[in-house]
Design a binder for this molecule. Structure first.
Ligand code: NAG
Ligand code: NAG
Length: 528
């Protein structure tokens, strides 16, 4: 239970496994009066015959036990133990202010750091192993429910997880992302298994408790690249490309939209597991009840998509050791002609977008789709604000969405990734996805629009691509706008210099002047 007010003395009372908190200095909530009276009535029932408890025997001790189901707890409170008074956006409480008034507290002490419980709370990773542990399903559900309750009057589109593939594979298989675990061939599957169940549970919670009056939608956002067979006449390559997509997209989409893991995943991982001498597959299985519970738990399909690979069949011998990557029995290739302006993995291959959208339409019952992430990066050394390649990428990728819409795919929205240059996970600040450029060294982190801002703005206001002449004029205007901004950016060191002058030099000179005048004045007064 979360204490919203840390200012009052709190005691936690556990009653039949449920917690109630009471202000021990004030009045009890009515429920506690009822409960405590119930205790008074209940306690005598368990008395032994020999002991007359109504008599005060002074010093004599009554041996006995409490009624079954009696709950025991121990109290604590935020202000008194946590410390961290100014951390993580926490505002001031009345006690923070009060303890700063000298004379109010013994030795003028404050709860600013106290026991520092705040820092000693284990996030859920250390205690449970994060998504390896199915306990997280209920924790996630509690969290989601709190969000529905708090923000659901305004938020009508909920995404439970964004890019669970990355959490599972990069977090639990290769360890390049947090929590950095390398549990090859098992970690990712176990994490995904719990994430899928947690998603389904949160969806059901919304459906049961909130949907009626909040009338919102709950979905999941699955990131997947497209896999194209290298040789479209080779059955092996066609099957390998299918495996690539199933291990990426189908892994999450299949249980949620169709009720179970893709058959190819079950087959491949099952076969390798038995070759490794395991009696059960490294891919966990859903029970029939779980399949039923998970199926249909998305009101829309969120899709993140960036790039495409050519896929060819390649056999990996099980003796290489288990891993998500070798389980797929394939190799990924790229066309050296594909533009590759930024992140190493991110080739611009617009046509893959239309294919993956059509794939989702045909495999998952033509769900409504929101594109939740799509964009391109550049490397840090490049401070070119006239980002032609980004305009090109956006232009062509969004155009493939338009084609998919004409194909009958129900794409309902597009979110470009991303607004600002920012911390790019394991790549730090070295890869820039932003429509706005940020000089991370600068004091105020001023934002500079790249050309693509202007271009995207036009695309939005026209709701697409009206005609060629119009689009050519967008490109011209974007180029003009960005050369102006480029000039501003070039002048930035000067601006910073000016700021230093106004913020440091001017005050220093003023203070020196005042001091000098004071000294002069003293001299003059002495003379007189
Ligand atoms: C606490 O503040 C009061 C009021 O300003 C002052 O008289 C007292 O000396 C302070 N005590 C300590 C231990 O600093
Ligand atoms: C989950 O976490 C609990 C508490 O730490 C632990 O007892 C249990 O063994 C864990 N289960 C798994 C599957 O890791």
């Amino acid at each position: 239970m979360i204490l919203l007010s840390s200012a009052c003395q709190q005691a936690v009372v556990l009653v039949q496994g449920r917690k109630y908190e009471t202000d021990t200095t004030g009045t009890m909530p009515p429920i506690l009066h009822v409960v405590s009276q119930a205790f008074l009535l209940l306690l005598p029932l368990g008395l032994s015959q020999e002991f007359d408890w109504t008599k005060d025997h002074g010093g004599s001790f009554y041996y006995g036990t409490f009624p079954p189901g009696f709950s025991w707890g121990v109290g604590s409170s935020a202000y008194q133990t946590e410390g961290a008074w100014d951390q993580d956006g926490k505002g001031l409480s009345i006690w923070d202010v009060f303890t700063r008034i000298n004379g109010k507290v013994h030795l003028n002490e404050t709860g600013d750091s106290s026991c520092e419980s705040y820092y000693k709370f284990k996030a859920l990773q250390d205690r449970y192993g994060g998504w390896q542990n199915n306990s997280l399903i209920n924790f996630f559900n509690d969290y989601a429910n709190l969000c529905f309750e708090t923000f659901g009057d305004r938020v009508k589109h909920w995404i439970t997880f964004n890019n669970p593939w990355s959490t599972a594979v990069e977090g639990y298989e290769v360890g390049e992302h947090a929590p950095g675990l390398r549990l090859k061939g098992v970690g990712a599957y176990r994490a995904a298994h719990n994430i899928i169940k947690a998603h389904a549970k949160a969806w059901h919670t919304y459906d049961k408790l909130w949907r009626n009056h909040q009338k919102g939608l709950v979905g999941i956002s699955i990131t997947s690249e497209w896999g194209e067979p290298v040789d479209i006449t080779s059955q092996k390559d066609i099957e390998a490309a299918e495996r690539y997509i199933q291990f990426y997209l189908g892994w999450f989409a299949n249980p949620i939209f169709s009720g179970d893991y893709p058959q190819v995943m079950k087959d491949c991982i099952g076969r390798k597991s038995s070759q490794e001498g395991l009696s059960v597959s490294r891919l966990p299985a859903f029970t029939p009840q779980e399949k039923h519970f998970i199926k249909g738990t998305a009101d829309f399909f969120g899709l993140g998509h960036f790039t495409t690979r050519y896929i060819t069949h390649r056999n990996y011998h099980y003796s290489k050791g288990p891993s998500y990557y070798t389980d797929r029995d394939l190799a990924e290739l790229v066309d050296p002609g594909w533009p590759d302006p930024g992140s190493e993995w991110l080739y611009s291959v617009p046509w893959g977008f239309r294919r993956i959208l059509n794939y989702i339409k045909s495999r998952y019952g033509n769900p409504r789709i929101y594109v939740t992430e799509n964009g391109v990066s550049e490397k840090q050394q490049c401070t070119e604000l006239c980002d032609k390649w980004r305009m090109q990428y956006m232009n062509n990728y969004v155009n493939e969405i338009l084609k998919a819409v004409k194909d009958g795919v129900k794409v309902k929205g597009y979110t470009s990734w991303s607004l600002l240059d920012k911390f790019e996970w394991d790549e730090g600040y070295s890869e820039r996805f932003g429509l706005y450029y940020i000089d991370f060294e600068s004091k105020n982190k001023r934002r500079y629009p790249k050309a693509s801002v202007q271009y995207y703005r036009k695309m939005i206001s026209s709701n697409g691509f009206p005609n060629q002449r119009e689009i050519e004029s967008w490109k011209r205007k974007a180029a003009e706008a960005c050369s102006t901004t480029n000039a501003l950016l070039a002048a930035d060191p000067l601006v910073n210099h000016m700021e230093m002058v106004t913020e440091i030099v001017v005050p220093t000179v003023c203070i020196l002047c005042i001091l000098l005048s004071a000294i002069l004045l003293m001299f003059v007064l002495r003379r007189q």
